[in-house]
Every structure is written in C-alpha cells, then in structure tokens.
Write a protein that binds this ligand. Structure first.
Ligand SMILES: [Zn+2]
Length: 159
C-alpha cells in the first residue's frame, strides 16, 4: 500500500495492505507479492492457493510502539504431485509467534540487560524469553557448524 512503509519494513515480497492501531500495539496487515511457490516435494511452480490462514507475529517495535504483523500463511496445492504445502517465509519460522529478527533483537537485549528488564520493556514473559534465547542459540550453533564445514572444505580444496 504505502511504498515508504514497505521499504521501512524491509521484508522480501511483502507489502503492507493496511494497519490497525490498538491501545498498546499496532497491527500491520501484510500481503505477499509472489503469486506462487515452488513445491517443496517436486520443485514444480504452483500458484494454486488452497487456503489462507492469517496469524499474528511479533516484530521489531516502530517508534516505541509494539508491532504485530498479520501474516497470511498460505497453503498451496501442487497439481503435479498432488500434495499440500504451507509456504515457507525466510524471515520467520513456521509455527512461531515472532519474526527471526525480533528473536535476534531479544537475544541481543539480554546480552546487555537482565532477562527481567527485557521482559518488562517488551511485555514478554520470562518463559517466552527463555524459549527465544534457546532458539537463537540453536540457530547460531547450526550456523557455526555450517561455517566450520565450509572453511574445512575450502581448506581441503585448496590443498
Ligand atoms: Zn509437487
């Protein structure tokens, strides 16, 4: 809808359709710009949307206001292999209530403040923060392994 808002949001293939101001947060209703996806089972391009299920996902605050993205989770039907698949989005994990960058932000905040302070600042429960920390650490460990493997392969290749 709004070009400037879209570029501020900085998420790929996403446009802000509309927004709703609530008492203590803002909901940005998103639309996805790609018509279809490549089927994860057979890699055929499919634009047959079977169903759309909107979910709310917490994202980074804007000007001190909490932001929730209303994301249309789309399920596609592939005519080639006759299977259903839910679209995966690079900026969030399936079945999570936070964007990846929001989880990263919480992780960074906890390095500087106490969990209690972050909990108060972001109105998140301690338990929710602990789950976020665990997930970010797991992602970092995976990334670390991949980087080590990559540099190992490069070493072997250069020998
Ligand atoms: Zn398929």
């Amino acid at each position: 809808m709004d070009f400037h808002l879209d570029s501020l949001l900085n998420l790929p293939n996403v446009t802000v359709f509309t927004h709703r101001q609530k008492s203590d947060h803002i909901i940005l209703q998103l639309e996805l710009l790609n018509d279809g996806i490549f089927c994860p089972y057979c890699q055929t391009y499919s634009d047959g949307v079977n169903q759309i299920r909107p979910i709310l996902v917490r994202d980074l605050s804007i000007s001190g206001q909490s932001i929730y993205l209303q994301v249309p989770r789309r399920q596609f039907y592939c005519k080639t292999c006759r299977r259903y698949s839910t679209e995966s989005l690079v900026w969030m994990d399936m079945k999570r209530n936070y964007t990846l960058r929001y989880e990263e932000y919480i992780y960074e905040q906890v390095q500087e403040l106490t969990i209690e302070k972050v909990s108060f600042k972001e109105s998140l429960s301690i338990a929710a923060i602990e789950i976020i920390l665990r997930r970010v650490r797991q992602r970092k460990a995976k990334l670390g392994k991949a980087t080590k493997l990559k540099s190992y392969i490069q070493t072997v290749v250069s020998i």
